[in-house]
Write a new protein. Structure first.
Length: 359
């Protein structure tokens, strides 16, 4: 098993799909919470009149029942059902909005997904040592810090808005009930809008953070990539797709030229460009193979098998991939960057040969 320090490669689509089947997907709970809050406020704003009238009628009805309250009568049960149904009808717009927005927020992040894998029993879930480690893990501490930050931000918003209105409230004893309700309602609405804006900002930050952490946790070692390639290559269906893509991108068997390359410049995972330079046979650095995603992985695996150095250079890999076809010399504006890499590779090769001679 490769250590975390060896996992430097971006996850392949195959691994992401396999982890998805196990319920391992990227999701920000703060996005769901903030959208739920927006839905709740929208429901209150749109159906507030309906809900207000229902609540008012509800209290009139309840107060009318108090003088004749008797739990032993048949009417008590009928009245109880009426009260429960009234509460459900009153809250229906609010609950429906939050529920539907929760579904939308989940589907928007993870699409439609059904798996029972997380529900399967596992010894790790009941292991007290693992549970203790999870409590004090970096992820748990970050989650605690995030919750405290949210409380601080919401508290700061509330205090700031209320503090700004204290001077007006000094005359509150002179207000009538309508003025008081209007003032308090205005402050509450300002707080709600500010909190919603704060939650949207927090959820956006959390989404980026969660995505970065998820992709980091999904990273693979080069051995993982090789094992996956060998595993999928044995699958007839996958093998057929690989062969089809290889035929489309190989341009006359470019994979056979990879062992002749001096270096493979990577992106590090999505792109791979194999460069060959020889003073006699190939006096100008030439692209002998290039590919993206699956083809890039195959180029890297073949290069590793033939001890061809892999050099990570995002900008150069993109430039070469876009500017050169297979078998084409590199453009003059990229000479310097490629020359530096070739010099570095030659230096590594000489050091390697010296170590072999000493043995």
């Amino acid at each position: 098993m490769s250590g975390d320090s060896d996992k430097t490669e971006e996850p392949t689509e195959h691994k992401l799909q396999e982890q998805r089947k196990k319920g391992q997907v990227m999701k920000s709970q703060d996005v769901i919470s903030s959208l739920g809050l927006i839905a709740a406020v929208g429901a209150l704003y749109g159906a507030g009149g309906f809900m207000y009238n229902k609540v008012k009628d509800f209290w009139v009805y309840v107060w009318g029942l108090i003088p004749t309250f008797d739990p032993t009568t048949r009417s008590f049960y009928a009245d109880t059902i009426d009260v429960i149904s009234t509460v459900c009808i009153t809250l229906a717009p609010l609950l429906a909005a939050v529920f539907l927005m929760g579904i939308v927020a989940n589907v928007a992040q993870i699409k439609l997904l059904f798996t029972v894998e997380p529900l399967k029993p596992s010894l790790k879930k009941i292991n007290p040592i693992s549970g203790f480690k999870n409590i004090f893990s970096v992820k748990s501490l970050m989650e605690l810090f995030k919750q405290l930050a949210k409380l601080f931000i919401v508290g700061f918003i509330c205090i700031s808005i209320v503090k700004g209105e204290l001077e007006q409230f000094s005359q509150a004893p002179l207000w009538d009930i309508e003025t008081t309700v209007g003032m308090v309602g205005g402050i509450v609405w300002r707080i709600v809008k500010a909190v919603m804006l704060g939650m949207v900002v927090i959820s956006a930050i959390d989404y980026v953070f969660q995505k970065k952490q998820f992709m980091k946790s999904m990273k693979m070692s080069f051995n993982d990539l090789k094992d996956e390639y060998k595993e999928t290559e044995g699958n007839p269906e996958v093998k057929g797709k690989i062969r089809q893509k290889m035929q489309q991108a190989s341009q006359g068997g470019m994979m056979q030229e990879v062992p002749n390359a001096n270096a493979v410049i990577t992106n590090p995972t999505h792109l791979a460009v194999a460069i060959r330079y020889d003073k006699e046979e190939c006096p100008v650095p030439t692209v002998v193979a290039k590919g993206e995603r699956l083809i890039a992985q195959q180029i890297k695996v073949k290069a590793e098998d033939h001890e061809i150095p892999l050099v990570e250079n995002v900008e150069l890999a993109r430039a070469l991939f876009g500017a050169c076809d297979v078998g084409q010399a590199i453009p003059t504006e990229l000479y310097k960057a490629v020359a530096e890499i070739l010099a570095y590779v030659m230096k590594l090769k000489r050091k390697k040969e010296m170590r072999r001679r000493r043995r």
